[in-house]
Design a binder for this molecule. Sequence first.
Ligand code: PRP
Length: 182
Amino acid sequence: MHDDIAKVLIDAETIQAKVRELGERLSRDYAGLNPVLICILKGAVIFAADLVRQLSIPAKLDFMAISSYGSGMRTSGVVRILKDLDRSIEGEHVIIVEDIVDSGLTLSYLLENLKSRQPASLKTCVLLDKPAQRQVPLEPDYVGFDIPDEFVVGYGLDYAENYRHLPYIGVLKPHVYEGVSQ
Ligand code: PRP
């Protein structure tokens, strides 16, 4: 285990089993619909890459990169699009793929933004849900794991751009981020 990790919250095998299960559910629910999965960079890249390989139906993949204004570890809710989708999603069945929903501000911004582009349907698939931090009412449609209110990294999730490569979800030792404003 990495030295900065206090404990493993979800091990690699458990994540892979859950991603397989989510892939099977999406394959059933979207059969014949050729959905577009939108991976929100950067955190969701590992999850999305594993998820698409568990689909048994044709699907498209696109990417968005966004940045939230504000410093520290918390999202401000004000979002700027750094990279937009390559293609129009009008009339498409769209699934937003996110690594984590925390305050819910990022996902609610994305839902509003993408809804205005008139997709045929719009749903959300998140690996981790941290309901304790919610600032806006938001229930993701597909959820891998509900997690407690702890600072988690790994499997795409970072702290200061580190730890994304870890194959598990771990709780960061507090001394690593102590002194950082929230
Ligand atoms: C993380 C995560 C979500 C967002 C969730 O992204 O990938 O997009 O925060 O938080 P919220 O529910 O409080 O809005 P982050 O801004 O850390 O960027 P990254 O994906 O590039 O790591």
